[in-house]
Design a binder for this molecule. Sequence first.
Ligand code: ATP
Ligand code: MG
Length: 510
Amino acid sequence: MSCSFDTNCCSGLRDEGAPPCDNTTRFLEGCLPLPLPDDVLNEIVPKAKDFALLHGAGMRYRDRYDADSLEMAPFFLLPSAFPRREFDRVVRLQPLINILMHRVAHNHEFLESSLRNTIKVDDFTRRLWEIYTTVRKEGVAQALSLGMVRSDVMLTKCQAGCCQLCETPPYVTVHQVEVNTIASGFGHMGPVSGRIHRYVLGELRKAELLHHLPENAALSGLCDGLISAWEYYGNPKAVILFVIEDITYNICDQRFHEYYIRKERPEIHVVRKNLTQISQRGILTDDKRLIIDGDEIAAVYFRAGYEPGQYHSEAEWEARLNIERSKAIKSPSIHYHLAGTKKVQQELAINGVLKKFLSDSEAAQVGQLFTGLYTLDRSPEGDKAVEMALAHPEKFVLKPQREGGGNNVYGEDIKKILEKIKDSVEREAYILMDRIRPPLQNNYLVKSHNPVSLTEVVSELGIFGVVIGNNEEILDNKYAGHMLRTKLSSVNEGGVAAGLGALDSVYLFD
Ligand SMILES: Nc1ncnc2c1ncn2[C@@H]1O[C@H](COP(=O)(O)OP(=O)(O)OP(=O)(O)O)[C@@H](O)[C@H]1O
Ligand SMILES: [Mg+2]
């Protein structure tokens, strides 16, 4: 499915002669008439805060870390409206996205041609690429990979009748922001947000609305994937390794994964180490078993390792290489990590490319999720994209090959950067993407030590998928729950851990 250069609409699906999207944003009605009366608000907010704190919706204090205390994670008081049709569609499509990412990760030629220019200018991606090629050359010790992916999507407005998807109300469709293949967080926070909202609606005596809140088994879905990987490894004495940051602020999310595994499978141990500790205490045996502090590692779950700052020195890179060399089952394997880069995402959106990996009808369905993605390589297409971004920076997002939020460039800053790098190879480290303008809605942000007030917000839905397989076959493949992050409509990015967004859950409407 191709993406047109001049609209923000479901490009490629547009009917001949249909009016272009006007780019203005719709407002979605929420689950309750707002504002809530003051007395109702004053009663429900303290109850909701206690529920959140007592059910693990917490984070370490970012500005004054203290291992002995937790701060309540920010959340929105009410669930956010999301069209059921679009929710069902992305849930249904997730197994196809899993297959796509699995096949992309295993297609050497495609990874190489997609990343060839990027690795010349982006050091971090080059280092990942070197690990990939080193292990390829030495011989891959573990053919199985565990994908724990999260496809992030946003609603986008389409004018009625502008494309096949929009022929029927509610005239909104979803566009994919990206697919994460490493450290796809919120497997606990996603479901817990839904639980907060079930409680809040119950306390507000609106139990009749509860059927609008879908089930969310993200934690079990993701952890069962880790347990399967542990089983495939086939050594009952081996353990699961969580590769963690030096300081984990999003601790509840990670710990609840451990607690799930502890409860479901008491015989499986989880150990947590950062890359520095792995470099100091890890051993790779001649037969490629990874041993850390005497424990053989069956499966590795990376909750870190996705940004340059997490590799302090060569020692951490060596640790990543040795993990990759080992026969532990990794989530992600290095080729999965590379498949999740922004550059690969952009290459996948080129007309016809999805058909290399999926059947025609599957490719058409997945392609409907894509918005405009443009190469910034030094080519005629790249030049055209630079011109487009300089002329209308407000319509685009400029993205480097980074994860973890806060790295993308918006608006006038796009101009500043592109003016500087447009004639150099440096521009090949970035891709350009149409800016998605999700519909607005109102909600109450509940944040510790802050007054609760009604604000205009936008949401981003993350759909989890779990896939296990090797080059020849896929052994497990499933939708594994979801999460919703919501941010003030005035901010560009809304990472919850970064303090810019907040937990939320979906309120499905027909
Ligand atoms: N095309 C877009 N249109 C509108 N907003 C976008 C777009 N791309 C990214 N964003 C915003 O920026 C945030 C981060 O973008 P993205 O997911 O591409 O980067 P990331 O660093 O990989 O983040 P994450 O940690 O969520 O994986 C998104 O959650 C979204 O709020
Ligand atoms: Mg990401």
